[in-house]
Design a binder for this molecule. Structure first.
Ligand code: CA
Length: 238
């Protein structure tokens, strides 16, 4: 199962909303939820089980201005990329959207390929930022703090630099298995003389920290000569 990232679409136009959900999910890298107004968007964001990687936010909503909602979300501590869907190119619209804390904007009508390219670009920036948070099995993974938090058990797992780098690279690879040699080079650098044995030792320690039973890994699995992260939430995988 791949680590599909969740996108929240806030758009009151029912046809556009349905089309966006369908096209974003068809891309394969994302799952999408939709909200028809600001109130529903807030309710979805308050649901702690559903962490959104990014938000697509229409400016003209029936119960709020999307830019005001954006500012409210920022004040509430939501850090994920927010891309405004604007009905006009008018500069004031755009500037005020970005002032409100939006990361980017796309003017309607837009191509889904362009929208997804913007989403990916923002996610790349975000993933390397201090604010990045990923869902890995039952954990909330904060690479910048080298920390995994397991909310259900109120447990924290501290990672070493290398463990953090291994997890981050596997997360980025999604459902794909990463060859040991590739992972070794990515984490230790191409010029390093470190052998795959060192990598295996780090993976062994990492599994002891994150797996329920480290002898039977379900999260960091060995797969076709390499490793793969099965980032599906544990509740569903059980
Ligand atoms: Ca609208």
């Amino acid at each position: 199962m791949s680590a599909r990232r969740h996108i929240l679409i806030v758009e009151d136009d029912a046809d556009l909303r349905a089309t966006l959900v369908e096209q974003i999910e068809a891309d394969g890298g994302f799952t999408a939820d939709a909200a028809a107004d600001a109130c529903e968007a807030q309710a979805r964001l308050a649901d702690a089980d559903m962490r959104y990687a990014a938000i697509l936010l229409d400016i003209g909503l029936p119960d709020a201005d999307g830019r005001d909602l954006c500012a409210t979300l920022r004040r509430a501590g939501h850090r994920m990329p927010i891309i405004m869907l604007t009905g006009s190119h008018a500069e004031a619209d755009v500037v005020r959207g970005l002032d409100a804390g939006a990361n980017d904007y796309v003017a309607k009508p837009f191509r889904i390929t362009e929208l997804l390219a913007r989403v990916r670009a923002q996610l790349r920036v975000f993933d390397n930022s201090e604010d990045a948070v990923f869902l890995v099995g039952p954990y909330v993974f904060r690479p910048s703090a080298r920390l995994l938090v397991e909310p259900a058990r109120n447990r924290k797992v501290r990672l070493t630099d290398k463990e953090c780098a291994i997890l981050k690279f596997l997360y980025r690879a999604g459902a794909k298995s990463v060859a040991r040699q590739t992972l070794l080079h990515e984490v230790w650098g191409y010029s390093s003389a470190v052998s795959t044995h060192t990598l295996e030792t780090h993976v062994y320690r990492l599994r002891q920290k994150i797996e329920r039973e480290s002898a039977q890994p379900r999260l960091l699995v060995t797969d076709s000569g390499g490793y793969r992260l099965d980032a599906l939430p544990m509740a569903q995988a059980a």
